[in-house]
Ligand binder design. Structure first.
Ligand SMILES: Nc1ncnc2c1ncn2[C@@H]1O[C@H](COP(=O)(O)OP(=O)(O)O)[C@@H](O)[C@H]1O
Ligand SMILES: [Mg+2]
Length: 448
């Protein structure tokens, strides 16, 4: 069996050991790879001659093809190469290509494995001078595998971002952009990775550099999606977590904070819920549960930062012990915590807004909250961040549960952090509905 690495400088192994030099002769190698890439791994002799020996007389060309087939047969062993007067075919297990494996891994969602197979251009540095048909084919294959490799590397980078592994994600982006600087998917995941790592200047520099090159070399402008993302990164300096949530988060936030440690699985679950919520406009609730100091707020912030880059509005409140006895304090906290200033509030009923502003006696603040959240979620995706919900007043906890039901068809995610003590039946009840009447999940965080 022959194994060929095609992505990068070509490497050929025969039954695990280095290939004999004859097999590496240009036309032999070209024939081998070309056959393995052909439909059903078969071609007519006529076609192969046109591909590789088109510059020779008919007689000479036929002899050369036979020579080459003899060499392949010597290396692959009998039975792996079938030929008759008209056709040549390699059997499926005679030749193994890395790119077939890459497609199998990608189809199975194993982008880590697939990305490991990308070592460079298809048959990097290889050419068959004089065989113009083969060269044309090679150029098309290169273009195809360059695009495919970039796709795989970008998918892997996205997975790594969802796991919080920013360094590895940014490395992946660098590899992708080394293959091809043009795909904007790679630019966008690069922008996200740098911004999430706190390197806002680096992210904007990447965007500027990309834009300049695009103009210079292709006379084009970046996509609207890329421009919108860059704009969000630019705005992010002005943006702070609202009100009380900010104070809670300030201890461990900002570009100077260290990288997130050891929460890959938890963050991946959270981003997964967010992606579904945002892309399928399905409201959801996630509860992050753990003792004080285990990193609940930090984990929620990581998710909020991702949501911001996706263009979401983030509003929030942080409860403290005294709030528990203060009816509706949580609802009013969310109103003050960014909701009343959010784009889209004007779409809500004035009566509901007046209630949340405290201008009229609050006869039904819970319903008002639901209405205003819905209006804001019509304008853009929405993340409602409720920190330390174990201290939330009972009325607000119930109102959140009701709002979650009302927002089931909106791109709105409610992120609740809570310590297990004191235990709150309203919260237990909400959690019990997750995955049943309500989309969402509970993520438990233990000490690191
Ligand atoms: N996974 C983590 N990696 C790095 N630092 C963390 C992590 N989780 C928490 N921290 C830091 O530990 C401290 C406590 O985390 P915090 O999120 O406030 O805990 P909690 O909200 O559960 O009380 C903060 O300074 C935070 O930045
Ligand atoms: Mg906290």
């Amino acid at each position: 069996m022959i194994a060929v690495r095609t992505l990068g400088p070509v490497d050929v192994r025969v039954r695990g050991t280095a290939a004999p030099p004859e097999l590496l002769w240009r036309k032999n190698l070209a024939l081998l790879v070309y056959l393995a890439r052909s439909p059903k791994r078969a071609r007519t002799r006529e076609h192969l001659i046109g591909m590789l020996w088109g510059d020779k007389s008919d007689d000479k060309a036929r002899r050369s093809l036979n020579e080459a087939l003899r060499e392949l047969r010597r290396s692959t062993g009998d039975g792996s190469l079938e030929s008759d007067n008209a056709q040549v075919r390699v059997t499926p297990d005679a030749v193994q290509l890395d790119i077939d494996r890459l497609e199998a891994l990608a189809a199975a969602g194993d982008y880590a494995g697939a990305a490991d197979l990308v070592h460079g251009e298809f048959l990097e540095g290889f050419s068959v001078p004089g065989a113009s048909e083969f060269e044309t084919w090679l150029a098309a294959e290169r273009e195809h595998w360059r695009r495919r490799s970039v796709e795989v590397l970008v998918r892997r980078a996205e997975q790594l971002l969802a796991n919080g592994n920013l360094t590895a994600a940014n490395d992946m982006v660098r590899r992708a952009r080394g293959l091809d600087w043009r795909p904007e998917t790679a630019v966008r995941v690069g922008l996200r990775g740098l911004a999430l790592a706190g390197d806002r200047a680096g992210a904007l520099a990447l965007f500027e550099e990309f834009t300049a090159r695009l103009r210079r070399e292709l006379g084009a402008e970046p996509d609207a999606e890329t421009r919108a993302l860059a704009e969000r990164v630019r705005q992010e300096r002005a943006w702070r977590l609202p009100g009380q949530v900010r104070q809670a988060a300030a201890r461990g936030s900002g570009p100077q904070r260290g990288p997130l440690v050891g929460r890959a699985a938890e963050l991946a679950r959270l981003t997964d819920v967010w992606e579904t919520c945002r892309t399928r406009t399905r409201g959801a609730v996630v509860v992050i549960e753990g003792d004080a100091g285990t990193g609940k707020t930090r984990l929620a912030e990581e998710l909020a930062a991702r949501a911001r880059l996706d263009g979401a509005m983030v509003v929030g409140v942080r409860a403290v012990e005294a709030d528990r006895a203060d009816a509706w304090s949580g609802v009013f906290g969310i109103a003050r915590g960014g909701l009343l200033e959010a784009p889209g509030v004007a779409g809500a009923r004035p009566g509901a807004l007046d209630q949340l502003r405290g201008r009229t006696p609050a006869d039904a603040p819970g319903r008002a909250l639901s209405e205003v959240l819905q209006a804001v979620a019509e304008e853009q995706p929405l993340l409602v961040f409720v920190d330390d919900a174990q201290w939330l007043d009972r009325e607000s906890l119930l109102a959140l549960g009701a709002a979650a039901r009302d927002l089931a068809g909106a791109p709105a995610l409610c992120v609740i952090t809570a310590a297990p003590q004191p235990s709150r039946p309203e919260l237990d009840e909400l959690r019990a509905r997750l995955g049943r009447q309500l989309s969402g999940t509970t993520v438990k965080v233990g000490s690191l």
